[in-house]
Design a protein. Structure first.
Length: 134
């Protein structure tokens, strides 16, 4: 056959609908696609880097505008606005950086993964653990 086609199955479902999809590559890598709506907040966690896909974590904002905040272990806080109005924008986040975001407009972004997502080993830790260890 000269081509194949398949619809991606949603990887999650929130009260706002099915808006995360995993795209699995034949080599074992994965691309996760996220759709978020204006004023939706997400993140508010950090990674220790045990998952190679989180060391560093990389997102490519394809469209929309997103406000990001990041905090390092010394308490330095950084904020930025990613605006993909004129084209995609990438953000790369190193381990042990607490981070969160709020969509300022409806947006779509992808995350590059070195391996398929394993919900049993997420390498994702909430803000409370960050505060306890720093």
């Amino acid at each position: 056959m000269a081509f194949s086609m398949q619809r991606l199955v949603p990887a999650n479902e929130t009260k706002k609908g099915k808006r995360t999809w995993n795209w699995n590559m034949p080599d074992g890598k994965q691309i996760t696609i996220y759709q978020r709506y204006r004023d939706e907040e997400f993140g508010n966690h950090f990674h220790k880097g045990g998952d190679p896909s989180k060391n560093p974590e990389r997102f490519l904002l394809l469209n929309g505008i997103v406000y990001f905040w990041l905090e390092d272990k010394n308490g330095h806080r950084y904020t930025m606005v990613l605006d993909a109005t004129d084209g995609p924008v990438e953000i790369m986040i190193r381990p042990y950086i607490l981070h969160g975001a709020r969509a300022l407009a409806d947006c779509c972004f992808i995350e590059y993964r070195q391996s398929k997502f394993d919900p049993a080993h997420t390498d994702t830790y909430p803000e409370e653990i960050f505060r306890e260890t720093h």
